[in-house]
Design a protein around this ligand. Structure first.
Ligand code: HEM
Ligand SMILES: [Cu+2]
Length: 616
């Protein structure tokens, strides 16, 4: 054990029950750094968010439309990779150390993974931002989904790999803590927060295998020029193998806060510890085998596999509904402890003026709405209607953009005092901030969903299509644009208020009596849950088997059709081959004597020339 770790052990035993900073000073420092990194990403992401909102609604434009993709890539990557995941590693470190009541095994190792994650971010983020200047030829305008055939500078892919390796080591850190704790506490149940961290990380290890393969075997060598081509369907499928579970990676810290903090700030206890464990196990098992539901419109994957992905997706509703039930029941318990009564009147007894509570509760409400639009996305047939329209950003600004982001901001109001030893700079500003986020997102996402239903595309600087009118059944397109812009502006203000509060708390917060670092008790504790729930090996094995079932056949058929490294140049799109073979059968011998490849190209040229002639 390192010197720093020994020091923090002493701190724990001396003042049990203090704030986190007193219990684990060394860890508090890493967590603070992780949260500040996260907030920096939020600041940048938010800035790009408002720029692109005003641009695409044509309200205020100061960038070239060609730059839009750079802005959008920066917005997506900084928010859904950097902001969320840096926060997660901070909160998970808090959860493991607090619930196992032990410091990390070696604080140098903890700084190492934080350092790797930061280095990865600087590389990938730098590659994206370099796209704003012509001074270098570095750019990475590939969006956060970085699909081939769009190609980024190798720095971007290498940065992502280093970032992910950092998260792997973070997981190793937490597993190591748990393992050592287990040796010293044989037969004890894994404390709930640690259980949540471990199951989430097992899911993450499995999921990142897909993206690591996509990058290391295909995209990075391709962008380095080591291989000529990739199979886009294959890399897309590997991306979504990771791309669906990553949404749970964003959600899990929020879920954790809803389970372990929200009941406490409501004044009550968590309704059921066993149910919370079941939920996390279900996410581990069910979140990976469903990624193909993002590919309903991809050619090259048969309908049957898509259908199986759809049915599996519907099972995922179960843990989310269980969460909704458990969390609301816990809040109700809290409200009744505070004197609330009646069927619904207890809602009034909740501490709505506490920004920690209000933020999380509002986030939960938005998540319910996001769940509904998610069910629509999941349906194979209605997905066709909304696919690649503004509906989709509407959906995920409710889920990751609010359920996750707003919960993390609300939790920050609890964490900042714990980590700095200073009281929040201003509680009223915090309350206004969370409400503004809720209102802003209501405007923006409602209008985005509606615009999507009119067919308005996502990911474009110019959705207005000169000379083309979208038909609005209710309202008008101008009204939708205005709502999106107003919503976006409120969000931007909300971010400014949030950051102001964080900075001023850190530098000017009063040092006062702060609540002890602790989390919610349970009404029904771990002793009520079957032992098998803690059997992580079993759940990992089942999760892997499900992955093999869900992915082996689709992947095989994709590789069989398109080749591991993609179709080579002779494999033209099918229709050209078809036209060529028709031509051969009509013109016959005269072409047959010529070499087939050049004749095919020649024929394609003449056909295209004739066709364009006809159209003109
Ligand atoms: C100031 C707050 C925000 C504003 C004004 C904003 C606005 C927008 C808009 C208008 C789009 C659609 C752009 C297009 O498709 O052309 C978008 C996309 C997106 N937003 Fe936000 N957003 C904000 C906050 C967030 C947050 C907090 C997150 C996640 C934590 C987020 C994640 C994303 C993602 C992943 C995309 C899609 C990027 C892509 O298609 O590659 N946004 N945002
Ligand atoms: Cu998904």
């Amino acid at each position: 054990m390192s010197e720093a770790a020994v020091k923090s052990t002493d701190a724990t035993t001396e003042d049990e029950g203090g704030i986190y900073l007193d219990q684990f000073p060394a860890e508090a420092k890493v967590i603070r750094s992780a949260l500040y990194s996260s907030f920096l990403a939020l600041a940048l992401g938010g800035l790009f968010g408002i720029i692109q909102t005003l641009h695409r609604t044509d309200i205020y434009r100061f960038i070239d439309s060609e730059t839009y993709y750079t802005v959008l890539t920066a917005h997506g990557v900084f928010l859904v990779i950097t902001f969320t995941i840096f926060f997660l590693v901070g909160v998970f470190t808090w959860a493991v150390t607090t619930s196992l009541d032990r410091p990390v095994e070696d604080i140098r190792f903890t700084w190492l993974w934080y350092g790797l994650m930061s280095l990865g971010t600087v590389m990938a983020g730098g590659a994206i931002l370099a796209g704003f200047t012509d001074a270098t030829d570095i750019s990475a305008d590939v969006l956060f989904t970085f699909y081939a055939p769009m190609q980024a500078h190798p720095l971007f892919y290498a940065g992502l790999v280093i970032f992910v390796v950092g998260t792997w080591l973070a997981g190793a850190d937490w597993f190591r803590s748990w393992w050592n704790w287990k040796q010293e506490n044989p037969g004890e149940r894994i404390p709930l927060p640690t259980f949540m961290v471990l199951t989430t990380m097992i899911m993450w290890y499995i999921a990142t295998l897909g993206v690591a393969t996509a990058i290391l075997v295909f995209l990075l060598p391709w962008s380095l020029g080591l291989i000529d081509s990739v199979n886009p369907t294959l890399t897309r499928t590997l991306f979504w193998f990771f791309g669906h579970p990553v949404v749970y990676f964003w959600l899990m810290p929020a879920y954790m806060m809803w389970y372990v903090l929200l009941p406490k700030v409501s004044g009550g206890k968590l309704f059921s510890d066993p149910l919370a464990r079941v939920v996390f196990v279900l996410f581990l098992l069910l979140s990976t085998p469903v990624g193909i539901h993002h590919q309903y419109l991809d050619p090259g994957i048969s309908e049957g596999f898509k259908f199986i992905a759809m049915t599996n997706t519907m099972f995922l509703l179960l843990p989310s509904l269980l969460t909704a039930f458990t969390v609301v029941a816990s809040m109700e318990h809290g409200a009744r402890q505070r004197g609330g009564s009646g069927r619904l009147a207890w809602l009034k007894a909740l501490p709505w003026r506490d920004p920690v509570f209000a933020g999380m509760a509002l986030a939960g409400i938005m998540f319910a709405a996001g769940g509904f639009s998610g069910m629509i996305n999941a349906g194979m047939n209605i997905n066709y209607l909304v696919h690649n329209t503004l509906w989709v950003p509407g959906h995920f600004h409710l889920t990751v953009g609010t359920a996750v982001a707003l919960t993390l901001m609300a939790a920050t109001y609890w964490f900042m005092p714990q980590l700095t030893g200073r009281d929040l700079w201003n509680r009223s500003v915090a309350l206004v901030q969370v409400v503004l986020w809720f209102v802003g997102m209501t405007f923006m996402t409602n209008a985005m969903h509606r615009a999507g239903l009119l067919g308005m595309p996502r990911r474009t600087a110019e959705p207005q299509y000169e000379g083309f009118e979208f038909q609005a059944g209710v309202g008008s397109v101008a009204e939708l644009d205005a709502q999106i812009a107003i919503g976006g502006a409120l969000l931007a203000i909300s971010i400014v208020l949030f950051l102001t509060n964080v900075v001023l708390t850190a530098v000017a917060g009063k040092r006062s009596d702060l609540p002890d670092n602790s989390y919610a008790d349970t009404l029904s504790g771990p002793e009520d849950s079957p032992l098998v729930l803690d059997n992580l090996k079993l759940w990992t094995a089942i999760a892997l088997v499900l992955v093999v079932f869900a992915y082996s056949l689709p992947l095989l058929s994709i590789v069989e059709r398109g080749g591991l490294f993609g179709p080579d140049v002779t494999a033209f799109p099918q229709h050209i081959q078809f036209v060529a073979s028709m031509a051969v059968s009509v013109v016959g011998d005269s072409l047959a004597t010529i070499d087939p490849v050049s004749s095919l190209a020649q024929f394609a040229d003449t056909t295209i020339a004739t066709l364009t002639g006809v159209i003109r």
